[in-house]
Design a protein. Structure first.
Length: 397
């Protein structure tokens, strides 16, 4: 297990020699994409508050909404263990990786550990041929460890294959009109005619599959997996059209064989449509990543002992209200009557009424215009500096 990705900051306190019981700050950020993990962001905020004039205690509770890193956070919060495993990366190369095991019989899989963007160099991005097969190998490894519930964090994938790779690893076969297997997926998905499930791992029938979704996008259409996420994973306009055709074909074949309508179902576009494939061909449940995360980690108990909440991620805007991590944190905090402060690399010039309903204060962490690469490099520094300013402001109230 790559322990460098998991850092426990739960013991951080702010000026703990002078504790005021009525102020206890819960630090609950999401990851700052392409710069800091949620743990690293929480630690930076904690350091900044500790350098300020504020007299209070604090507690770090980094959160995940199904995006890359959520699985590691669940292993951390739930005191699980990392189980070594071997799985193929998006281009078919074998890699040593791991999944989490929580007793009794609950496995946690980070799809990005096998099928993630972070495993590829920018020049290797190729969503027409990148496969989620490795994520299926991790599911199979979890089944071999007698898992009866498998929680899958699906963010950060390099794939737009509708989960066909996962399902192939679990025994499904995708066939053309002559009954021949389609091996070059998802490029050849437009040729799909039927799906042979006779070899699908029978253990899936008695295993609870929970898919943590960090987006609400459907599988197909203008807001679907190919159109929205294909370009982010390296797809050209022509490749996007080919992927859209293939995913649409996949949806129609699954509907014909199972009766499940899925092309426009919310969340099926997660992880390049992998959520759709699992929903359509197994008994997988697609859930809000942040809602499930906060429930299973008992976030409300931490809120009950807090007086203020600080959250954040790279960008906070209207899209945040569609189920992103800071929104889930804020919604729970508001149910407890707590003020919520959000720190972000980018916030809107004008804060909408919707954002104001959940966030009492939105603070940008950059004080001057920066090129994106420089802003990402300085995220920890800027986050800590902003937390100092926030702490001083709270102390002056």
């Amino acid at each position: 297990m790559d322990h460098s990705r998991i850092f426990d900051c739960s013991s951080l306190t702010v000026n703990s020699d002078h504790i005021i019981e009525r102020m206890h700050i819960l630090i609950a950020p999401n990851a700052f994409k392409n710069s800091l993990t949620a743990n690293e962001a929480a630690a930076a905020i904690g350091r900044g508050l500790a350098r300020s004039r504020l007299v209070a205690t604090s507690e770090c509770f980094p959160v995940g909404d199904g995006g890359d890193g959520t699985g590691d956070l669940l292993i951390q919060h739930l005191h699980g263990q990392g189980i070594p495993a071997e799985a193929r990366d998006p281009l078919g190369r074998k890699r040593s990786t791991y999944f989490g095991l929580i007793q009794p019989h609950t496995a946690i899989i980070e799809m990005a550990n096998a099928s993630g963007l972070r495993l590829l160099n920018p020049v290797e991005l190729d969503p027409l041929h990148a496969s989620s097969y490795g994520a299926g190998e991790l599911i199979r490894a979890a089944l071999d460890h007698h898992a009866k519930r498998i929680i899958i964090g699906m963010g950060g994938s390099a794939t737009v294959d509708g989960g066909t790779g996962i399902l192939q690893a679990l025994g499904a076969r995708f066939l053309n009109s002559q009954g021949q297997p389609l091996d070059d997926l998802p490029a050849r998905l437009p040729d799909l005619d039927s799906i042979d499930l006779s070899g699908l791992d029978p253990r899936l029938g008695t295993t609870e599959l929970i898919v943590l979704c960090d987006v609400i996008n459907p599988l197909a259409g203008a807001e679907g997996a190919a159109a929205v996420f294909g370009p982010q994973k390296g797809a050209s306009p022509a490749a996007v059209r080919q992927l859209e055709t293939g995913l649409g074909r996949l949806a129609r074949v699954i509907t014909r064989q199972t009766g499940k309508e899925m092309a426009t179902l919310p969340r099926t576009g997660t992880a390049g449509g992998a959520a759709a494939g699992l929903y359509g061909l197994t008994q997988a449940n697609l859930v809000s990543g942040i809602d499930y995360f906060l429930e299973i980690t008992d976030f409300d108990t931490a809120l009950a002992r807090s007086t203020h909440v600080i959250t954040g991620e790279g960008s906070i805007d209207e899209q945040t209200l569609q189920g992103k991590g800071p929104f889930g944190v804020a919604r729970h905090a508001k149910a407890h009557g707590l003020p919520v402060i959000a720190l972000a690399g980018r916030i809107p010039a004008e804060i909408s009424a919707g954002l104001k309903e959940y966030f009492d204060m939105l603070m940008p962490i950059t004080s001057e215009p920066l090129e994106l690469a420089e802003a990402l490099r300085l995220t920890a520094v800027n986050l800590e500096r902003t937390a100092v300013q926030l702490g001083d402001w709270l102390a002056a109230r």
